[in-house]
Design a protein. Structure first.
Lengths: 412, 235
């Protein structure tokens, strides 16, 4: 086999310029794909990180039907304390869950005593919330990075629109589950910017204040946001939760709870999917480049070496060895292109990291692009290139192996 | 037992509705260790006959036995295997593999066809390169040696796997007279040393005399058979 390799490599080197051009084409393709995957992957990871770590969490648990009517923030679809306890027991049994945060979400009226507007409020335990969505404190762009009882973090839209300052007293009025109205005074502790751009009306208060304003006798929960240790285990943990929480049934035997990953809660998932689709098409382009360039060079190689094929066939070389010889030439081109492409690709990715290129996402500016590529991804790209190179060589190699030596020897 | 037995072999080529009879019923035998030449003008059927003997083509009719095998009955794979085990070829244009050195060209049949172990390969290749006087050029590529040297390398390659029969189609056609004479004498000497049967075709009257048996072909028929003293063959 090694001798076949040696001959294959020498055959490639007899047309140095053509081999270098073909290998360069494959190399450029591999570099392009690697850089694209790493950059788009970095952007995607950053985007998902911003969405999940600054507001959504990785997974959320709600009462069945809550998400479909989430725009109304229905208090009637809150999770009762017994169910919350059961959920927390389940969460406690899954070590992959890093933290969780219980939230009471409700809509209300916000008044500065001069002007009034609507607001969406999240009642949270600040420590839990900051653990479940660790980028939340970085969104507080004015005031203190914390939240105590009696304080409110206002979205910048309302903060600026209502001309409020940190330390001002404001009033929140909300309607509870029974339809009665209650109000409470808060001190503005800070301004929080929206994670996704202008339009966000979500403010934060302490969960006990929320329960108080909604006159809850027992603390009910609208949603529980979870953060995982390893984001790559998202679907594994999601399935686990689905299984365990699916056991919670109502009197009609239907599930009481629903579990959602961030993917079904944010429209940004579609952007993430678009990136995946683009990556897929870029890989298809790479396959086309490798397929056409190697097929072209191997067809030429077979055509130019017909008499040589006739000679080796005449002296008794078996057809499968002739086939192997040509396939190995394509294989070697693929391996060379993959190795050099990976090395150059890694170099470019390193340079991009050192250059600290920044980009903006939503209201977040100056996010540093940190492209990276996993060994698994590099291996996969290399395998694709090599397999396609072999496939592209098969037809010309097969043609060579099937040549009648007498006809091949007559070829001029 | 004869190495080659040809019984009324015929070979026709068809081109559309036209059929050309290249060989018209040849009967002859060649004994082991013979040094045989087929001569005749262009189109007389020399190359066609050598192709049949070399299992590169099949006769249209008749029976051709080479080294005990009826070659017309061999399929493609069997033919390749038979050639690898029993035959050596020397081509008019040398047909050395340009990317391989002289040594590697000679080694090729042992490596790719016979799978001979490395030490044995080295021994046999060097012995043959010595025999043809090319040992000093073993590291050169074909484009770095002369035509006569190329043909000597080709002879070494044909003999390296110890075949029963070496077929040489116009082996001296591209060589000057002196070199041609040297090549033919090399072949003859190797026949004497190794006992390998050599069959070559030529239309060069000056080297024909070196053959021990000369079959003259004309228009697809053997029209004359001459034997030098001690020649091994019959027609």
């Amino acid at each position: 086999m090694l001798d076949l390799f040696r001959i294959a490599i020498r055959n490639l080197m007899r047309y140095k310029r053509r081999t270098i051009l073909t290998a360069s084409l494959i190399t450029i393709g591999v570099v392009f794909v690697l850089v694209f995957i790493s950059v788009s992957g970095s952007f995607k990871a950053m985007m998902i990180g911003q969405i999940t770590d600054s507001m959504l969490g990785h997974i959320q648990i709600h009462k069945k039907g809550y998400v479909s009517s989430i725009d109304n923030l229905p208090l009637t679809l809150n999770i009762k304390p017994a169910a919350v306890k059961r959920i927390e027991e389940v969460i406690g049994q899954i070590p992959e869950i890093e933290s969780h945060s219980k939230r009471i979400k409700f809509g209300g009226m916000f008044s500065t005593f001069v002007e009034t507007t609507t607001i969406r409020l999240n009642g949270v335990y600040p420590e839990d919330e900051f653990r479940a969505v660790p980028l939340l404190p970085s969104r507080i762009i004015q005031g203190k990075k914390g939240l105590a009882r009696g304080e409110i973090l206002l979205p910048d839209l309302i903060f600026k629109g209502m001309n409020v300052n940190v330390g001002d007293s404001i009033v929140v009025v909300a309607t509870n589950e029974d339809g009665s109205v209650n109000g409470r005074q808060f001190t503005v502790s800070g301004m929080i910017e929206s994670a996704t751009g202008p339009g966000g009306r979500d403010g934060y208060i302490h969960i006990e204040d929320a329960a108080e304003i909604l006159r809850m006798e027992e603390q009910e929960i609208s949603e529980i946001a979870l953060k995982l240790h390893d984001f790559n285990k998202l679907h594994e943990i999601y399935s686990m939760l689905q299984d365990k929480l699916g056991e919670e049934k109502n009197q009609q035997g239907k599930p009481v709870l629903e579990v959602h990953t961030w993917e079904s809660l944010s429209p940004f998932f579609n952007i993430a999917r678009m990136i995946d689709i683009m990556t897929f098409f870029i890989k298809l382009m790479l396959i086309a480049i490798v397929l056409i360039s190697i097929m072209n060079v191997m067809i030429m190689a077979v055509y130019e070496r017909i008499r040589e094929i006739g000679t080796i066939a005449a002296i008794g070389t078996m057809p499968e060895k002739i086939l192997s010889l040509f396939v190995l030439e394509g294989f070697s081109l693929g391996v060379f292109g993959a190795i050099v492409g990976n090395l150059i690709g890694m170099g470019i990715i390193l340079i991009l990291n050192v250059s600290k290129i920044t980009f903006d996402f939503g209201r977040q500016t100056g996010l540093i692009l940190s492209p990276s590529i996993s060994g698994k991804e590099m291996l996969m790209i290399s395998v694709i290139v090599i397999v396609v190179a072999v496939i592209a060589s098969l037809q010309p190699a097969y043609k060579a192996s099937c040549m009648e030596p007498i006809k091949a020897l007559r070829h001029t | 037992m004869s190495l080659i037995i040809s019984e009324d072999i015929r070979k026709n080529y068809s081109a559309g509705e036209i059929t050309v009879e290249a060989l018209k019923g040849l009967n002859f035998t060649v004994e082991p260790a013979a040094f045989v030449s087929f001569i005749g003008p262009s189109g007389s059927g020399k190359t066609t006959l050598l192709n049949l003997i070399g299992c590169l083509d099949k006769p249209t009719s008749g029976r051709l036995t080479v080294a005990g095998a009826e070659v017309s009955r061999l399929d493609r794979r069997q033919s390749a295997l038979f050639r690898g085990m029993n035959l050596g070829f020397v081509f008019q244009d040398f047909n050395l593999i340009p990317v391989l050195t002289v040594y590697e060209n000679v080694e090729y049949p042992l490596l790719m066809v016979r799978n001979v172990p490395s030490a044995e390969r080295r021994k046999r290749v060097m012995a043959l390169l010595d025999s043809v006087g090319m040992a000093d050029h073993k590291g050169k590529r074909p484009d770095q040696i002369s035509g006569g040297q190329k043909q000597r390398v080709a002879i070494a390659r044909a003999l390296v796997s110890d075949p029963k029969l070496v077929l040489a189609d116009e082996p001296t056609a591209n060589l000057d007279h002196e070199t041609a004479y040297m090549v033919i004498n090399s072949m003859k000497r190797l026949r004497d040393e190794l006992g390998t049967t050599f069959i070559f075709s030529t239309h060069d009257p000056k080297i024909v005399g070196e053959a021990e048996i000369i079959f003259t072909l004309e228009d697809g028929r053997i029209v004359d058979t001459r034997k030098a003293k001690g020649g091994k063959g019959d027609a």
